[in-house]
Each structure stands twice: as C-alpha cells, then as structure tokens.
Design a protein around this ligand. Structure first.
Ligand code: TYD
Ligand code: MG
Length: 435
C-alpha cells in the first residue's frame, strides 16, 4: 500500500491548457495547416528514427531505463547537437552538480553558449526560469527528484511525480517547448511512479540492453507522433553513445562457429530486419521438474514450442532442462523467431551442428506447421547482405518472394521438414552424432 496525500490546491486538469472561458468552437480538420519543418532533428539518426523523424515542438518525451544505462549521456548529446544548430537548450538536473555535468560534458565534446544548465528541484522555480529564459528544448533529469511545494509528500512519491509531470505538460503545451523527462525504473522495469505518467506524456522511450555490454537499445513503447516498433541501437564509447549503423552485424559479433544449439534468426524491428543469434542448451534434468529459462524472449513461447516439438516431431524433451538465449541482450517477441528457437533446441538436443551460413525465420503453429511472416523479402535481402547462403522460410512466402539471386531458399511447410533439412546438412558435414 502506498500513501497518497491529496493536495489542497485544485490541480489543473490537462484539458485546461486552452482557456475555457472562451466559447469553444470546433474547427474543420482539413483547415488545420501544418508547417513543413515541424520536426526538429537531433542529428542522432537512431534517436530520430525512434522519435518518428525528430522532436515535435511542444511534445513531452519520457526516457526510462536502468541506472547507468546512458539516459543522461544521450540527452546531453542531444542538447549539444541542438545547441550547435542554434536552438536554445536548458538542461535541468536534480541529481548531479554543475561540476559533475561539466565533467561528463567534457567527455562528450564542446558545447556552445546556447546550452544552459540549472541545478534545481523545485518546480515553481523551474517554471519561473523557463518563462524567463524561453528555451526551445528543456531536459528534466530526473522526474523522481522534482517536487512541488504545495504537496507535502516526498519527492519521487506518486502524488509528487504526477503533479510535477502535470506542471511540465502545461509548460510544454502552453509554451510550445519540447520537454524530455528522465524517469527511473522499478525492479520490474517500469517507470517508477504512477502508471498515469506514461499516459500523460506523448512519447515513452525505454533504454534496454545489458549494462555490462557496451551496446544499448532504445525502444519506443508509446509514440503519439510515430511508430512504436522502431528501435535505435547505440554503443557506449569513451566519448558518449555512438550510433550503430548496422545492428545485425553488431548483434552477430562473436557468434561461435561449428557448435550445436546455435542458429541465426531474423526479426523485424519496425521497418528494419535485425539478425540475431539464438542459442539453446538442452541437457538431461537431474531433478523431478525440468528447469527452463529464456533470456531475451518469452518463456511461455519457448515452453509452447518445446511441447510442439515433443508432440508433433517426437523429440524427447520432457525430461530435459532447456535454456534459450537471444545473444546480444536484445528482447525479441516477434513470432518469426519461432522457427529459429525450435531449430536451436533440436540442434542442441540431438547435437547437430547447423552450418553458419544458414538462417531461419517463420512462425510455428500448434500443429507443427510453419506459418507466414510479414516482409519476407526484406529479411532475405538482409540475410544476403550479411553473406548468408541459405534461408529456411515458410512455404507460404513463396508467392510474395519470387526468385532470389545468389541465395538458396529452402521452403518448409512443417517444422519436421526444417529439422530434416538441418539433419541432412549435419550428415553432409560428417559432424552429426546420433544421440
Ligand atoms: P549515465 O548517462 O549517467 O546513465 P543514467 O543517466 O542512465 O543513469 O551513464 C553513465 C554510464 O555511462 C557510466 O557507467 C559511464 C558510462 N559512460 C561512458 O562509458 N562513456 C561516456 O562518455 C560517458 C559520458 C559515460
Ligand atoms: Mg543520469
């Protein structure tokens, strides 16, 4: 249970951004004109992509993520780029001192005099400074440190966070300033504070990825101005976050050669196909109840696929522990990786080595059928670009794909056919040991 104090002042509702005193008239949709250069690009392509093409004036963007993942770094880089384009930027930090920010800024690069810093946590002061300085972009780092005097509860509590966001939204919509808010996440991975926070803002971006690895993935969970499927891939370097231009190549880095239980699959992230290595380890269970874990994908899905393999293909898995991992720390839930997961499990269980030049994608249904996936052509093209020689894909995609040059396509309609194919390949290489 969380105590929530009711503020004495009547909080202004989001609807009062336009004055209600005037008699409101509906407008005709086609009469609303939009200027061409609505969006402000951040000069960081991966971020622009996730934002849907750039920063929309007057938008409120929430950036969430684990501590130390790079939220402050990314936003500072955005500030530098925008200040460089003569956009005035105000960076408000409630967590770090001016000296600390300066130290970080020194690693990132040089800043010009359009970039202002403020260390403040009182929202009334912040509102006053914004009204006086009239910046184009404001960054609030972080919302959990901000407080409003009229609410007695501590900063970071439900009512403080909600009221603070409300005030920031009024500033954003009322003055046409774009505001970036940094939000901490709870252990479960949600932005700490009330769920309404995510409803109030226009865009919610999450940083994910292994904190110990160098790359970071920025994903839009909600976006009023663009698609929510797009991801941006970054790498943490000594000089801040660097864009990763070719994520597939990056994700496949370090893939082991010639081992069983590993295959490359393809998942669409927005408009981009991304290739990842799927690893599986299947071994005899020493306990009554077999252990199953999935990292980077849905465990229920893995259990389902194992049940399909057991029932429809006859692979004995009931007494086996199984660990499935999407290498690279990226989270993938698209059903198109089903075929990859199934083949990795069979490969590990039967100790078949799948050749490195083989890639597989397709959704697996409950009766063991391999179902169609969208944008098969783009996936094949990406596989070709990265030097794969064979793609195992659903039979039903044949119509949409036509003939592909320079890459072998193996169409399968049942999961059994895909398994037979990799077994034959293993036999040819003389590395298939029957178990
Ligand atoms: P930070 O942006 O402070 O994380 P957040 O605001 O999300 O908590 O990221 C800090 C981490 O990034 C820290 O562990 C150090 C690392 N880092 C670099 O590796 N290179 C850099 O140039 C910078 C600025 C930070
Ligand atoms: Mg920070």
């Amino acid at each position: 249970m969380v105590e929530e104090t009711v503020s004495p002042k009547k909080t202004s509702a989001p609807g009062t951004v336009n004055s209600l005193e005037k008699r409101q008239e509906p407008v005709i949709l086609k009469d609303i004109s939009l200027s061409e250069d609505e969006r402000q690009t951040t000069e960081i392509k991966e971020l622009d992509r996730v934002l849907g093409g750039g920063i929309v004036p007057g938008s409120l963007v929430l950036v969430g993520g684990d501590p130390g993942i790079g939220k402050s770094t990314l936003l500072l880089q955005v500030c530098r780029n925008l200040a460089g384009k003569n956009v005035s930027v105000l960076y408000i930090s409630g967590e770090e001192s001016l000296r600390q920010i300066k130290l970080r800024a020194n690693r990132i690069g040089t800043f010009n005099d359009r970039m202002m810093l403020l260390c403040e946590t009182n929202l009334e002061t912040i509102r006053e400074v914004i009204q006086r300085k009239k910046p184009d972009i404001v960054v609030i780092d972080s919302i959990q440190t901000m407080f409003h005097e009229e609410i007695s509860s501590a900063p970071g509590s439900v009512s403080q966070v909600r009221e603070s966001t409300n005030i920031l939204m009024q500033i954003a919509k009322g003055m046409g300033i774009s505001i970036f808010i940094v939000g901490h996440v709870t252990k479960e991975g949600n932005v700490a504070g009330p769920r309404v926070l995510e409803h109030m803002v226009d865009t919610v971006l999450y940083f994910e990825g292994d904190r110990h690895a160098s790359y970071r993935i920025l994903r839009a969970v909600k976006n009023r101005f663009g698609s929510t499927n797009e991801i941006g891939v970054f790498e943490m370097r000594n000089s801040g976050l660097e864009e990763v231009k070719n994520p597939s190549e990056f994700m496949l880095n370090g893939k082991p050669n010639g081992t069983s239980g590993s295959i490359v699959a393809c998942s669409m992230e927005g408009t981009r196909p991304i290739l990842v290595e799927i690893q599986a380890l299947v071994c005899q269970s020493n306990f009554g109840i077999p252990r199953r874990t999935a990292v980077g994908t849905d465990l229920n899905r893995v259990n389902l696929l194992m049940a399909v393999l057991e029932k429809k293909v006859g692979v004995r898995l009931a007494a086996c522990d199984a660990y499935v991992n999407i290498a690279g720390g990226i989270k993938m839930t698209e059903p198109a990786i089903d075929l990859g997961i199934s083949l990795a499990i069979v490969s590990s269980c039967k100790d078949i080595i799948i050749p490195d030049s083989v890639l597989a994608f397709g959704e697996v249904g409950l009766s063991g059928e391999v179902r169609a996936v969208s944008m098969a052509g783009q996936r094949v093209a990406e596989a070709k670009k990265l030097g794969f020689q064979t793609v195992i894909l659903p039979e039903v995609c044949k119509g949409t794909l036509g003939k592909a040059e320079g890459i072998g396509l193996v169409y399968v309609s049942q999961i059994q056919e895909a398994i037979s194919y990799i077994m034959r390949q293993g036999d040819d290489q003389g590395r298939y040991r029957s178990s």
